[in-house]
Design a protein around this ligand. Structure first.
Ligand SMILES: CC(C)(COP(=O)(O)OP(=O)(O)OC[C@H]1O[C@@H](n2cnc3c(N)ncnc32)[C@H](O)[C@@H]1OP(=O)(O)O)[C@@H](O)C(=O)NCCC(=O)NCCSC(=O)CCC(=O)c1ccccc1C(=O)O
Length: 336
């Protein structure tokens, strides 16, 4: 190249090698599912990959978590991977295709709350017990006139609170889906940040077939994910879609063989765990901010305050108040 020294060319080559390490791998045109990002990145030979090494794929050691009374949670299984920062929350009603009842939702909310509060946890896997279903929605045998009825004998639609909780939780939640994710179960995977599906996964709404609908996140998040026409199709036709179709529609991030589902999901978790928790927290709130209106703004604004508390400028204000003196903000730049 005219005018370029060997040093210039070397610099360009170095830069190109580094940039290629950040490229999203191409999709495999022949297969029904994408090449896992982790498979591709593990083959890359750039400084980042040399420093960090490959993402390990060994099975984690799961340890059961107990509820406040010291007993295992009813209706769900709550576990943490020893030394990994990964929590796993499993709906445990396989005989009902993991349909939820109010009690299930109550326990799920407690577990999600614990995982949020535990600062050793950076990422949460949400799944269903067995291979037949992630979740088949609300337990229709308990549906009454005001919602689903089990404890206390009156109706509840508390799954809506769980949806909001997952959406606002400042850590990534990954839906790990084998089998059916339908009805309210489909909405639950949609409100998660990522979805990893097994090849046997089946997705769809059922509401209009069984006299129900989710006009909240079930409609708006879906339209964002797959577009308004497809969302109308899903709600009006109430068809089911297989994993490959769901991936094509943008409903899921990747599809893997059933026997690799947990291994791949844990690998994604480990990859996320290598990254800055604060950056991830802010990315999640930023990605939700517009759609979540005031609540989205509040989440991001809260993150800004949280960061500001860690600055010298923020600390000067607090110290001045506690020391009964005027704050000296003069040393802090008024940035352009
Ligand atoms: C999931 C199926 C397609 C699986 O079919 P298959 O593999 O053939 O298994 P089955 O033999 O049908 O089921 C085995 C066993 O499980 C029972 N079961 C399955 N799903 C449910 C359920 N949702 N409720 C109760 N019981 C269930 C089934 O009866 C069998 O029991 P046996 O005793 O062995 O006979 C298929 O099972 C299926 O289509 N299931 C129903 C899916 C469905 O329609 N779900 C409800 C959708 S509505 C909803 O979820 C509302 C949720 C909600 O609370 C809400 C409230 C307000 C606003 C929004 C929402 C929201 O949508 O989230």
């Amino acid at each position: 190249m005219a005018g370029m020294t060997e040093k210039d060319i070397e610099a360009i080559n170095r830069r190109m090698a580094s940039v290629s390490g950040h490229l999203v791998p191409a999709r495999n045109g022949n297969a029904n599912h994408s090449i896992g990002l982790s498979n591709c990145s593990s083959k890359m030979d750039d400084t980042y990959h040399r420093v960090h090494g490959e993402v390990p794929t060994h099975a984690p050691e799961w340890k059961s978590a107990v509820d406040d009374s010291g007993k295992p949670f009813a209706d769900i299984i709550y576990e943490k991977a020893v030394g990994e920062g990964i929590a796993k929350i499993t709906i445990n009603r396989p005989e009902r295709r993991n349909a939820f009842r109010p009690q299930t939702v109550k326990k799920l909310m407690r577990a999600f709350n614990d995982a949020r509060d535990d600062n050793s946890i950076g990422v949460i896997i949400f799944t269903g017990q067995g291979t037949k279903a992630f979740c088949s929605g609300g337990d229709q045998s308990l549906r009454g006139k005001e919602g689903y009825v089990d404890y206390d004998n009156f109706g509840r639609l508390n799954v809506l609170d769980l949806q909001v909780q997952i959406r606002r939780l400042p850590k990534p939640v990954i839906a790990m889906v084998a089998g059916y994710a339908v009805g309210g179960g489909h909405v639950l995977h949609m409100v998660c940040d990522l979805t990893i599906a097994a090849e046997n996964a089946i997705f769809g709404q059922t509401g209009p077939k069984v006299g129900s609908f989710d006009a909240g996140y079930g409609a708006s998040v879906m339209a964002r994910l797959i577009g308004p026409k497809r969302a109308r199709e899903m709600w009006f036709m109430v068809r089911f879609y297989n994993a490959a179709e769901a991936e094509k529609m943008g409903l899921v991030n990747t599809v893997v063989p059933l026997e690799k589902l947990e291994e791949e999901t844990v690998k994604w978790c480990r990859e996320i765990m290598r990254n800055s928790p604060m950056a991830i927290r802010l990315c999640k709130s930023a990605l939700n901010a517009i759609d979540d209106g005031h609540a989205g703004l509040q989440q991001m604004a809260g993150d800004a305050t949280l960061l500001f508390y860690g600055t010298e400028e923020g600390t000067e204000g607090k110290n001045a108040y506690l020391q009964r003196r005027k704050p000296d903000f003069s040393k802090f730049p008024r940035l352009p």
